[in-house]
Ligand binder design. Structure first.
Ligand code: 5RP
Length: 286
């Protein structure tokens, strides 16, 4: 593997423990202003320092992530369909590698829709993207999309992940399922698990724990963090599993402790915490 590619990958999957915590905020590319992600800058600001990398679209990166940030960006480069359109699987590459490099991306990401009407188009696009990206030492993350008509079991996800890896994807993002070890075993590249739709916090932490135990390098979690009542507490709890080897009980206790603290801070001092931030923006970072 070329030095540049290795270096970019190591920004996403941390070499000290081979784990990754990616925060996904790319949902608007087909969902529009989805619940609690209506103003991406407000979601990103308090969470940025707790994730290893951020999965974004170029529009959100440019408008809602400070250019001074040293958090690695995983840039979504596919799109073309919407939640109200005919077929979500009809995606193409929408962002050039040149733009990804200009945006200082640490990886590019696209979805493949195995078993869908546009299977051929999306898999061929993945192969082409890998060929082009490797020229610049840019890792490619393949997202194995699932839909109503597509499966979400180990058999289907093993097929989709393996196809993504065979096309040369450097990381594969997929969904957790029963017998997830099988999906991991038959995929020769690192797997990162999407959080999926919002579930209770304890369940999302259980999913994170199970995914890691089954061999995933980490999670690329979106809704289960920023749709939580306490996103900052939630990301720290997930982080404690991924990088701190916490079990579910420990992580959930941390979530409860941090969310109680943030609730009482707001209750005790609703205006002061606002003015503190205004007077001393660095203080709010602590
Ligand atoms: C959308 C995506 C999302 O980034 C992915 O689904 C992760 O987010 P969530 O945890 O909310 O599922 O790739 O296609």
């Amino acid at each position: 593997m070329d030095w540049g590619l290795k270096n970019r990958l190591s920004r996403i999957i941390k070499s000290h423990d081979n784990r990754a915590l990616m925060l996904a905020v790319d949902h608007g590319y087909f969902l529009g202003p989805t619940e609690k992600l209506e103003e991406p800058n407000k979601v990103v600001a308090p969470l940025l320092k707790y994730c290893d990398s951020l999965m974004v679209t170029r529009g959100v990166q440019r408008t809602s992530v400070p250019a001074t940030s040293d958090t690695p960006m995983v840039l979504r480069v596919s799109g073309g369909s919407s939640i109200i359109g005919d077929d979500l699987s009809q995606e193409d590459i929408t962002v050039s590698l040149e733009d990804a490099i200009r945006l200082n991306a640490s990886a590019v990401a696209m979805s493949i829709f195995v078993g869908s009407k546009y299977e051929y188009q999306t898999i061929v696009n993945l192969g082409k993207l890998v060929s082009e990206a490797e020229r610049y030492g840019m890792p490619v993350l393949a997202v194995t999309a699932v839909g109503k008509e597509l499966g979400k079991d180990a058999r289907y996800l093993s097929l989709a992940c393996r196809i993504a890896a065979e096309q040369g994807a450097h990381i594969v993002k997929t969904y957790y399922c029963d017998n997830f070890e099988k999906v991991v075993q038959s995929c020769p590249v690192p797997i990162i698990v999407a959080g999926g739709k919002k579930i209770p916090e304890r369940d999302a932490l259980q999913l994170t724990y199970n995914a890691i135990k089954a061999g995933a390098v980490g999670v690329d979690m979106g809704r289960n963090i920023w749709q939580s009542e306490h996103p900052v507490a939630m990301i720290q709890a997930a982080r404690s599993i991924i990088h701190g080897n916490s079990n579910v009980e420990q992580a959930y206790n941390l979530y409860k402790k941090l969310s109680t603290q943030s609730k009482s801070k707001k209750l005790n001092n609703p205006t002061q915490s606002k003015s503190k931030k205004l007077n001393n923006p660095t203080q709010s970072k602590k």
